[in-house]
Ligand binder design. Structure first.
Ligand code: ZN
Ligand code: ZN
Length: 405
């Protein structure tokens, strides 16, 4: 039997950036790199367009596309993925919404992320769960300021998902986006939940505790991405590869679970800036022979982008550079790219192409190093969209069936 080629598929969330007016480089170009520099000399490089040119994508749609599922066909709203990633078993009737714990003052949202501090948000989330005659409201904390709300019907009532988000100012009510009864019902249920939860949060002992510690109170809740989980064919059937997902963030674990990847919990992988990168590396190595492709997600590059922190993003890329050494020693093929750009100059996702690098151990003789560079101005040979990424890896590990004779 041929020796199996081990493969790692690595996504640095929001890695792509713009040329900074002060530094004249992107954070990736500016970062001091040893291992990534060695890799780019041995790799095929280039640019990858997440879905359509110029279209900013979310991390959910971005990852669906990277896993080879067209998000225009398969996207279900962020809520269901966040719920799956939190380890929650969603039933077909459940509506899931993404939650942001936020801080309100004098009728205005003053911080949409409670300072990204998750102190006792788990307990707070649990205390917001309750049930009525019709439905159960289940609130779970996931990572940082994020959580998920699941509305589970207790009897046969049909719930729709076509409703407005609840993250606008001035704060209004959630409205149905159609005249359908089921959408109106969902809007009504969400409004009831918001009223009750805000009342509970206002004088919540956990918030008194947070404030006494100098933290922002989580006295408000933003709700977005209402959705039901669609039925997905497993990635093993669609793309003939068995995959495992090494990630900390609930959303990524959720998208991976939805498409049938194995998603273990990794201790220390938090999905934020303090994540234990070595814990992820060790987990990736442990699974390399049990799965055709190990998928690894690293989130913090996106966080630094949203925070407009050039230095932070650059320094974090330098940390990633350090873990590439054990990964290069342990994997035969490594693809690194991003799900979208989150430039520090604009602090949001943009629709620009992102760097991509496909490395293989030189002694395997399965690569054509192009010296194009692994960065936003790459002159490399790869020019593809997200939907083709997985096939590039499968091709290197000899797992694409020949088309024709
Ligand atoms: Zn992302
Ligand atoms: Zn982001």
């Amino acid at each position: 039997m041929e020796k199996k080629i081990s493969a790692l598929f690595m996504v640095l969330d929001g890695l792509g950036d713009y040329i900074h007016p002060k530094y004249k480089k992107t954070p990736l170009m500016m970062a001091k790199k040893t291992n990534l520099t060695l890799m780019e000399k041995q790799a095929e490089t280039g640019l990858m367009q997440p879905t359509l040119p110029g279209l900013p994508v979310g991390s959910d749609t971005g990852h669906l596309a990277l896993f080879g599922y067209d998000p225009f066909q398969f996207y279900a709203g962020r809520g269901p993925y966040e719920a799956l990633g939190a380890g929650f078993e969603l039933s077909e009737e459940d509506i899931a919404l993404r939650v942001n714990f936020a801080t309100e003052k004098d009728g205005k949202i003053v911080d949409r992320r409670v300072g990204r501090n998750d102190y006792k948000l788990k307990e707070l989330a649990e205390s917001l769960s309750y049930e009525t005659e019709d439905v159960k409201y289940i609130v779970l904390h996931t990572t940082e300021h994020r959580g998920v709300l699941i509305i589970r019907p207790k009897k046969k009532i049909l719930l729709g998902t076509n409703v407005t988000d609840y993250d606008h100012e001035p704060l209004q009510e959630v409205k149905a986006l159609s005249t359908k009864v089921e959408d109106k019902k969902t809007a009504e249920l969400i409004n009831e939940f918001i009223k009750n939860s805000v009342k509970k949060m206002r004088n919540h002992p956990i918030n008194k505790e947070r404030e006494s510690k100098g933290l922002l109170p989580a006295n408000f809740i933003l709700l977005r991405g209402a959705g039901k989980l669609p039925k997905y064919s497993k990635i093993e059937e669609v793309h003939s590869v068995k995959m495992v997902c090494i990630a900390g963030g609930a959303l990524y674990k959720g998208v991976a679970r939805a498409v049938g990847m194995f998603v273990p919990d990794i201790e220390g992988a938090t999905g934020d800036k303090n994540t234990n990168l070595m814990a992820k590396v060790n987990a990736a190595i442990k699974f390399k022979y049990d799965y055709d492709i190990v998928f690894m997600h690293i989130k913090a590059t996106d966080n630094f982008g949203h925070d407009g922190d050039f230095e932070g993003k650059k320094n974090f890329i330098e940390k990633v550079d350090k873990i590439m050494k054990p990964l290069m020693e342990n994997f035969d093929v490594i693809l690194i790219t991003a799900d979208h750009s989150t430039p520090v100059t604009v602090k949001r996702h943009t629709g620009d192409p992102v760097p991509i690098m496909l490395w293989a151990k030189p002694e395997l003789g399965i690569t054509r190093p192009d010296n194009g560079g692994f960065h936003e101005l790459s002159k490399g040979t790869i020019r593809i969209t997200a939907l083709d990424v997985l096939r590039l890896i499968r091709n290197k590990i000899n797992m694409v069936k020949k088309f024709g004779e």
